[in-house]
Design a protein around this ligand. Structure first.
Ligand code: HEM
Length: 152
């Protein structure tokens, strides 16, 4: 009885250890991409700078008249983007906005506009000196969303 209890504890301990290592392998050596980017404060700083670039970028700012028209609209848009990136990189946030297809439907987003937005994001990530590995992983998550966002 005593022995089998010890065995059960030992088996559970081994299972927990191996599950942990599987999760760590999936997340990378030093935690999730969310953690490696610096968590929510870093993501919010990235989103702030990124949205400022978009609003100042004549290649794309005509799409963002709503966000530009009122500080509260800009704040809500930034909060949605930050939650979206937080959740998509393995963070604890719950994104409650529209899915990418619905959010961009009818906006006539072109491939050139998509590429311009990505180049604004790259400029922001470079400004914050996000390492190549994390930059590549974030772009690798967002890049494949192109087909759902571009609709012209
Ligand atoms: C990987 C690239 C992109 C991602 C991850 C992304 C993500 C998002 C998210 C999360 C929202 C909020 C949806 C909601 O309010 O429920 C949004 C809204 C929007 N997106 Fe995108 N988007 C991308 C590219 C683009 C591009 C290329 C354009 C146009 C050039 C664009 C135009 C818009 C506009 C106009 C809104 C509404 C903003 C507002 O609330 O005023 N997006 N996008």
């Amino acid at each position: 009885m005593f022995n089998s209890r010890i065995n059960r504890v030992a088996v559970l301990a081994v299972m927990a250890a191996s599950f942990g290592s599987v999760v760590r392998a999936a997340e990378g050596e030093n935690g999730s991409l969310y953690q490696r980017l610096g968590g929510m404060p870093a993501i919010q700083a990235v989103v702030d700078d990124f949205v400022s670039r978009i609003l100042a970028d004549d290649r794309v700012n005509r799409w963002f008249a709503h966000a530009a028209s009122d500080p509260e609209n800009a704040r809500l848009y930034k909060a949605k983007l930050a939650d979206f990136i937080c959740q998509g990189t393995g963070g604890p946030c719950k994104y409650t906005g529209a899915d990418m297809l619905s959010a961009h439907k009818g906006r006539g987003v072109t491939e050139d506009a998509f590429n311009a937005v990505v180049s604004d994001l790259v400029a922001t990530l470079d400004k914050f000196k996000v390492p190549e590995k994390e930059k590549g992983q974030l772009l690798g998550i967002l890049g494949p969303m192109k087909s759902g966002i571009v609709n012209k």
